[in-house]
Design a protein around this ligand. Structure first.
Ligand code: NAP
Length: 247
């Protein structure tokens, strides 16, 4: 019997879709979620929730569960778990693949200001800016700390801190359409979009809307992840796992 238990480090739509593909291929995927979202969308197959306790904890889990391969399908901005996955795979002698979605590319008509961090994004905003912020909940406090700007912060869960009166929090999940993004930008008199360079189709409509409405985009560059064998999509991961693990 070939080894078939695959650990998917998840928290993304791509990870959920991959779990379905691997099940259909006869693998036994177990998806790991960090536990950051109180009502996560559940992937098919087994699911475990919560941190492992660093790279060593992850390696212990991989050994104890007889995991045959790890797929890092986490968000491009989740850099710690990706580094831990490399270390754990090496310690356990199992293959690691990274599902790495391509970055968005600026198109004619775009006005992107590319910055290296959230704090640089906050600094790039002029006084009086009306911002649409799509950077999640964990780091939104640095935007809220500026009392000369305001706007809309969109996230899945409510932010940990209180929301200043010049900000509106929208709790919504992707996907979004260009039409709804245009309406949001116009309705809230948005002057700047602040986003992470996440890539993917689910949240790309805001970029098209910003282009159409001539709104500058403050684009936060991805953190560097240590190199790992990468696949651009779920089917490529499934093919590679078949090649590596099946006779
Ligand atoms: P991170 O900074 O790379 O990881 C921080 C810690 O969270 C890790 O050391 C690990 O704890 C735990 N962790 C992260 N992902 C995990 C997973 N899939 N399963 C089990 N434990 C996990 O990660 P993050 O940026 O906080 O992101 C957390 C999760 O949210 C990820 O699954 C990611 O895919 C998802 N997400 C992140 C973003 C974002 O912008 N960062 C956006 C959308 C979704 P231990 O060391 O204790 O194992």
């Amino acid at each position: 019997m070939p080894p078939r238990s695959i650990l998917i480090l998840g928290g993304t739509r791509a990870a959920r879709e991959l779990a379905g593909l691997l099940l259909a291929d006869g693998f036994s995927p177990v998806t790991s979620l960090a536990g950051a979202t109180s009502q996560p969308l559940m992937p098919p197959g087994k699911v475990r929730i919560g941190g492992f306790g660093g790279a060593e904890g992850l390696a212990s889990y991989v050994k104890a569960e007889g995991i045959a391969a790890i797929v890092d399908a986490t968000h491009p901005f989740a850099a710690v778990i990706s580094a831990n996955a490399i270390a754990a795979a090496k310690a356990c002698g199992v293959p690691l693949l990274r599902l790495e979605r391509p970055e968005w590319q600026a198109e004619p008509g775009d006005a992107w200001i590319v910055v290296p961090s959230i704090s640089a994004a906050v600094d790039a905003l002029p006084s009086g800016a009306r911002v649409l912020a799509t950077i999640g909940r964990k780091e939104v406090a640095s935007l809220f700390a500026r009392n000369d700007i305001g706007g809309v912060a969109r996230m899945i869960e409510a932010p940990p801190d209180s929301v200043p009166q010049n900000w509106t929090v929208l709790r919504e999940r992707p996907p979004f359409t260009e039409e709804s993004e245009r309406h949001l930008i116009t309705h809230h008199a948005i002057t700047h979009l602040v986003t992470k360079s996440a890539g993917g189709e689910d949240t790309a409509a805001k970029l098209a809307a910003a282009r159409a409405l001539h709104i500058p985009v403050v684009m936060i560059a991805r953190p560097a992840k240590p190199p790992a064998p990468a696949c651009p999509d779920g089917p490529a991961v499934a093919r590679e796992l078949r090649r590596l693990l099946l006779p």
